[in-house]
Design a protein around this ligand. Structure first.
Ligand SMILES: Cc1cc2nc3c(=O)[nH]c(=O)nc-3n(C[C@H](O)[C@H](O)[C@H](O)COP(=O)(O)OP(=O)(O)OC[C@H]3O[C@@H](n4cnc5c(N)ncnc54)[C@H](O)[C@@H]3O)c2cc1C
Length: 411
């Protein structure tokens, strides 16, 4: 349904594009070339090639968080989860390797770290998250000295965490601390501990995985994860709910009640919409998230700016996921094409699917459908659901999902 809706919209937009004489090309600037921004840049060009699209991304390449937990298990490599931006360039997107340091919504321009300003008619902001390091005492110092890692943005920290796991002696303890929801990728931490446990089972069978979860219980696909842990990693994974890490120190984390020693400390700090959203007045809620109009993804705080992905204040039942960011991007792209052609955007139905590996070759899935109810997007009752059981088939679908979404976003 979702794909058909988008294709219909895309068809309508390009037909209208042919019929309309566009006096001057409009320019859309996109901040961030991750799951949301790359997809928005591509689809605006696809649905109306008369619009100039400039994508500003500070990193040289796209590195996917989805599938990065498999790197930690040693089941895939960084090169398998990294992609370049040439596919977008071939679509006519101008990709600038730079950083947006400020947004001037009144002048409709952004400031680049390299010094110049870029004017826009519409701005798309999909910058992901930044971490609230100060909420965990000692975090910044411990991170600088290499005593703690988050690896919650795929890249150098993913490689560093894999190295730490490889160099840990058999019999060591790996600690993963999970912040209170909402955080990026609800099932991501539970997939991560499954991957680390799968590695330990093969390579360091006396080692332990200790999960300290600030949430009362596993926040996504709970019964499926717990079944896998019981069947595959009994005696390796220990899960503790309602345990919030408040401080890190050399070789240990501190909770409100205890100091717990570990050999590899993987503490994911609480996070919020990324710094550029915070600096630009886009954050509306709890000092953390950006509320949007779900028909267009336009910010409720700053007109002309469309916010996507993890930075948004999630609608009911909506996870912070790459799958959602990719769908947000299509809502925004369709709306921007309509607005720049003088038409009224229509609400769009979207879908989320998140796969999680529980073993090298077994995975589980959760999906949901979200539709406009007159004021927001709501989960469609009876649509979506979770896998009946973990399976090798789901693992094949998971890899296919990843390769498909990378191609959909970047080529
Ligand atoms: C371990 C892990 C596993 C995950 N697994 C899954 C999964 O299986 N399925 C799934 O759907 N989701 C998964 N996710 C979640 C997914 O990664 C995020 O939801 C998704 O990346 C959000 O997309 P985004 O566009 O909001 O942000 P991002 O993809 O993080 O992109 C933001 C981009 O903006 C750039 N940027 C930021 N600020 C600026 C600036 N000022 N100027 C220029 N560039 C800037 C950044 O460099 C970055 O490239 C996982 C996440 C983690 C951590």
């Amino acid at each position: 349904m979702k794909r058909r809706d988008f294709l219909k919209l895309a068809g309508a937009a390009s037909l209208a594009g042919c019929a309309t004489v566009t006096p001057a090309k409009a320019r859309v600037v996109v901040v961030g070339g991750g799951y949301g921004g790359a997809t928005a840049a591509k689809y605006i060009r696809l649905w109306d090639p008369a619009i100039d699209v400039v994508l500003v991304e500070r990193d040289a390449q796209f590195i996917s968080c989805p599938m990065s937990n498999l790197v930690l298990g040693g089941f895939t490599g960084m090169q398998d989860i990294s992609r370049g931006y040439d596919g977008l360039r071939q679509r006519g997107v101008q990709v600038l390797r730079d950083e947006v340091t400020a947004i001037d919504a009144a002048k409709r321009s952004v400031r680049l770290a390299s010094g110049s300003d870029l004017a826009y008619e519409r701005l798309v902001v999909s910058p992901g998250v930044d971490f609230l390091f100060d909420e965990v005492e000692g975090y910044s110092a411990a991170m600088q000295s290499g005593n703690v890692l988050h690896a919650w943005k795929a890249g150098e920290q993913t490689t560093a965490l894999r190295r730490r796991l490889e160099s840990m002696a058999d019999g060591g303890v790996y600690i993963l601390s999970i912040p209170t929801a909402p955080y990026r990728c609800p099932p991501g931490p539970y997939e991560r501990v499954s991957m680390v446990a799968a590695y330990f089972k093969q390579a360091k069978p006396r080692s332990k995985v200790l999960v300290l979860d600030a949430n009362p219980d596993v926040t996504s696909k709970g019964p499926l994860f717990k079944r896998a842990w019981e069947d595959l990693y009994k005696g390796i994974i220990e899960y503790r709910g309602n345990v919030k890490v408040v401080a890190v120190q050399p070789g240990a984390v501190r909770t409100d009640f205890d100091t717990i020693r570990g050999d590899v400390l993987n503490v994911v700090p609480p996070h919020r919409a990324a710094d550029i959203a915070a600096k630009s007045g886009l954050i509306t809620t709890n000092n953390r998230w950006c509320d949007v109009d779900w028909r267009t993804m336009e910010s409720k705080a700053v007109k002309g700016v469309h916010v996507l992905g993890d930075a948004t204040l999630s609608a009911a039942g909506m996870p912070k996921s790459g799958s959602m960011a990719n769908n947000h991007a299509k809502i925004a792209a369709a709306a921007i094409v309509e607005l720049l052609n003088g038409r009224t955007p229509q609400p769009v139905k979207i879908i989320n699917t998140c796969y999680s590996f529980v073993a090298e070759k077994e995975a589980i899935r959760v999906s949901s459908v979200h539709e406009w109810d007159g004021s927001t997007l709501q989960p469609v009752k009876g649509a979506g659901g979770v896998s009946a059981a973990r399976s090798e088939a789901e693992a094949t679908y998971a890899w296919n999902w990843a390769r498909t979404i990378w191609a959909d976003s970047l080529t």
